[in-house]
Design a protein around this ligand. Structure first.
Ligand SMILES: *Cc1c(COP(=O)(O)O)cnc(C)c1O
Length: 418
């Protein structure tokens, strides 16, 4: 029997995998220990597939949590940035200033700051604002968003004292008033029911009503629709957005501070934005947690890019909006081209896309896709540029709405290879 190769020899032979040498050494050592030397190449390829790679989202879920929510366009050459330098004075500046001003302008707020995500924004606001006073929240809004974000838990971590008001299905303004009068409540928090709805015998208190109270109103609007009028789109707002709370309108309705995600309906990088009155934003910005939650220059530059498109009304430059509003005619043409190129096995079908990302539950957006008999999902995922498809009974469905048209040819070669 031949002697097994040395770890070093085997690791060197795995150079094709593209893995850095220390990882090839780990794979080689494991393969030798398991007596699977002949499978070392395959193991190295598997290991390489755990690294981040661009994938084609053919699921029809516009904000797919497993695929990084919003698809964002951002390229940056290696370079220093004036991240904390004021170029006009030469003095130290704030990393928040420029992008914060863009965000504030986009939603009509006095001021804004950016943190790592909306969960962080809520944590910071609750830590920075209540002092020793309690925060009132409707029992119908003590929500859990995906990934373990539970409003009561975040409040507990922030040190704020939670006062639950109303009932699960019905809360009235008088419930908040009573909590202010009798339980030391100094702040009202409104939380958007992002991923669920309560229907039937219900009553909820709007931001506008909360604003008539004598305490500041915070609103966690979650999904980050900047303006219900969608002035960045050429046409009117899509009908499926109806009823979704928007940042600008929440402030007009009287919220003193709003919090939202950057990578849901805003279609930007992962971040959380706080916007509202300058006094409240300053209180958040000067809290020690703001330092722990601050985003890096890459995220701020990508966000600046996205906000720039909003302010220039270039919705078609924002992948989320471009994909969400592409017409079914255009999708059908693309699907027919792909199906023709692949051949008889494929069929063009009507599908339903969804916004995803824990937003707009129940909303479906008509779409067009390609259907192929059989379950091809493993094979498509194994491609160099993995294609993530949807399964419907015994068929594999590729929804064109979430696929960049520039990737249509990759769908053709990908499907043809299966
Ligand atoms: C999604 C969501 C969050 C969490 O946002 P992340 O940016 O994922 O941290 C918080 N609150 C509401 C209402 C949400 O919809």
């Amino acid at each position: 029997m031949a002697r097994p190769p040395s770890v070093d020899q085997l690791a060197r032979s795995l150079a094709d995998s593209g893995l850095p040498h220390p990882l090839r050494v780990e794979v080689a050592r494991q393969a030798i220990a398991d007596g699977e030397v002949e499978r070392a190449g395959e193991l190295a390829r598997e290991r390489a597939r755990r690294l981040l790679v661009p994938v084609i989202n053919a699921t029809g879920v516009l904000l797919h949590t497993n695929l990084g929510r919003a698809s964002i366009a951002h390229h940056q050459d290696a370079s220093f940035l004036n991240l904390e330098l004021d170029l006009s004075t030469g003095k130290r500046g704030s990393r928040q200033a420029a992008v914060g001003e863009l965000a504030a302008t986009a939603v009509g707020a006095e001021a804004a700051i950016v943190v790592n995500n909306c969960a962080g924004a809520v944590l910071l606001a609750l830590a920075a604002l209540p002092g020793d006073r309690a925060v009132a929240v409707s029992r119908g809004e003590l929500v859990e968003i995906g990934g373990g974000f539970r409003v009561p838990d975040v409040m507990a971590q922030s040190g704020a004292r939670l006062v639950e008001v109303g009932t699960t299905n019905r809360t009235r303004l008088a419930d908040f008033q009573r909590a202010i009068d009798t339980q030391g409540v100094g702040l009202a928090l409104h939380v958007h029911q992002s991923n669920y709805r309560i229907v039937g015998f219900t009553e909820a208190v709007s931001i506008r009503e909360l604003a008539t109270l004598d305490v500041p109103v915070l609103a966690d609007i979650g999904s980050g629709l900047l303006d219900a009028a969608c002035p960045w789109l050429e046409g009117p707002p899509p009908s499926w957005l109806a009823g979704e709370p928007a940042a600008k309108q929440s402030l007009v309705d009287g919220a003193d501070l709003i919090m939202f995600s950057g990578d849901k309906l805003m279609g930007g990088p992962q971040c959380g934005i706080l916007a509202g009155s300058r006094a409240l934003i300053d209180a958040c910005a000067s809290h020690p947690l703001a330092r722990a939650l601050r985003p890096g220059g890459l995220v701020l530059a990508a966000l600046q890019n996205t906000l720039g498109h909003y302010l220039r009304r270039e919705g078609s430059e924002i992948p989320f909006w471009r994909q969400a509003t592409e017409t079914t005619d255009s999708l059908r043409q693309r699907a027919e081209r792909v199906a023709d190129a692949v051949g008889d096995r494929t069929q063009v079908i009507e599908t339903k896309s969804v916004p995803g990302g824990g937003t707009l539950p129940g909303v479906e957006i008509p779409s067009v896709g390609i259907s192929v008999m059989g379950d091809l999902s493993d094979e498509l995922r194994a491609l160099d540029r993995p294609i993530i498809a949807r399964l419907d009974q015994a068929r594999t469905i590729l929804d064109l709405r979430t696929v960049d048209p520039a990737d249509d040819d990759l769908l053709v070669t990908g499907l043809a290879s299966t």
